[in-house]
Design a protein around this ligand. Structure first.
Ligand code: HEM
Ligand code: HEM
Length: 228
C-alpha cells in the first residue's frame, strides 16, 4: 500500500507534532492541574499521571516506533530492533498509565470501567499487547518461516495501524471526558485551560494522521527497505 509520495516530509511533521503534544500535555498537567504524584492525599495528582503516560508513551513513542521504518537512515535489522524496543516502551508506559487511572479510582472510591473510554482503553492495551507478542515471535525470536513471515506482514501492518488509530481515538475520548468533568465542576468553557485541552487532542489526532500517512508513503530510494 503506497501513496507514491516520499515518507520523510510526513515523518518530519509527525516529529514536530509529537514534540508539541509532549509539551502541551506536560504544561496542562504540571501548570494547570497541579502536577504529578504516585502517592498523595490530593488524589487528582495521581490521576494526572494517566494522560501524561498515555499520550507520551502509547501514542507518541508508539507512533515513533511505527514510523521508525521510514524515518531513520539505518539498516533494516537495526530499525527492526528500534521498532520492537520503542513499542515495548510504549506498551509498558501504557500499562503503568492505565494502572494509575485504576489507582486513582480505587483510592477515591470511584467505580471502575463505567465509560466507553475505559472499555476501548482495555481493548486497545490488550490488542497492543497481542500485536507486540505476535510481532516478536514471528519477526524476531524465534522467528517464523519465510512464508509465514511474508504472509503475516500485511496483517501485521493492517492490524498494527488499526490498533494505533483506535488508541488515538481512545485518547481523544479521554481528553473529552476529563474536560467535560472539569467543565461540569465549574471550569470556564472558553477559558485558556479548555482551549489547551482541546488543542492537545487536535495535535494528538494530527500526529496520528501523519503516522498513517508515513506508513503509506515510500521510504527513501537508497534505503534497504524490503518486506521483512
Ligand atoms: C490510548 C490512550 C488511553 C487509554 C488506553 C486509556 C485507558 C483508560 C482506562 C482503561 C481507564 C479506566 C480506569 C478505571 O476504570 O479505573 C481510563 C480512565 C480514564 N481516562 Fe484514559 N486512557 C487513555 C488516554 C487518556 C487521556 C489522554 C485522557 C485525558 C485526560 C484520559 C482520561 C481518562 C479519564 C478522565 C478516566 C476516568 C474516567 C473513566 O474511567 O472513563 N485517558 N483510561
Ligand atoms: C504493538 C506493537 C506493534 C505495532 C503497533 C506495530 C505496527 C507496525 C506497522 C504499522 C508497521 C508498518 C510500518 C511501515 O510499513 O512503514 C510495522 C512493520 C513491521 N513490524 Fe511492527 N508493530 C508492532 C510490533 C512489532 C514487533 C514486536 C516486531 C518484531 C520484530 C515487529 C516487526 C515488524 C516488521 C518486521 C515490520 C515490517 C517492516 C517492513 O519490512 O515493511 N513489529 N509494524
Amino acid at each position: 500500500m503506497a501513496l507514491g509520495l516520499p515518507a520523510i516530509p510526513f515523518t518530519f511533521v509527525a516529529h514536530v507534532l509529537g514534540i508539541a503534544g509532549i509539551v502541551l500535555v506536560l504544561v496542562w498537567n504540571l501548570d494547570f492541574r497541579g502536577g504529578l504524584a504516585w502517592e498523595s492525599s490530593n488524589k487528582s495528582l495521581i490521576f494526572n499521571i494517566h494522560p501524561v503516560l498515555m499520550l507520551i508513551g502509547l501514542i507518541i513513542i508508539g507512533g515513533e516506533a511505527i514510523i521508525s521504518y521510514k524515518s531513520l537512515p539505518l539498516k533494516k535489522e537495526v530499525k527492526k530492533l528500534i521498532h520492537l524496543v520503542l513499542h515495548a516502551i510504549a506498551l509498558i508506559l501504557g500499562i503503568i498509565g492505565i494502572y494509575t487511572a485504576f489507582k486513582y479510582h480505587n483510592e477515591s472510591g470511584i467505580a471502575n470501567l463505567y465509560s466507553l473510554h475505559s472499555w476501548l482503553g482495555i481493548g486497545v492495551i490488550s490488542l497492543y499487547g497481542i500485536q507486540w507478542i505476535y510481532g516478536f515471535l514471528i519477526f524476531f525470536y524465534p522467528g517464523g518461516s519465510s512464508s509465514l513471515r511474508s504472509e503475516s506482514l500485511p496483517w501485521h501492518v493492517l492490524f498494527g495501524l488499526f490498533v494505533y488509530v483506535l488508541a488515538v481515538g481512545t485518547a481523544a475520548l479521554g481528553f473529552l471526558e476529563k474536560l467535560t468533568f472539569l467543565e461540569n465542576s465549574g471550569l470556564d468553557k472558553y477559558g485558556s485551560e479548555a482551549f489547551l485541552v482541546n488543542f492537545t487532542a487536535v495535535v494528538t489526532i494530527l500526529f496520528g494522521a501523519f503516522v498513517v500517512l508515513s506508513v503509506n508513503s515510500q521510504a527513501p530510494a537508497d534505503d534497504d527497505y524490503a518486506p521483512i
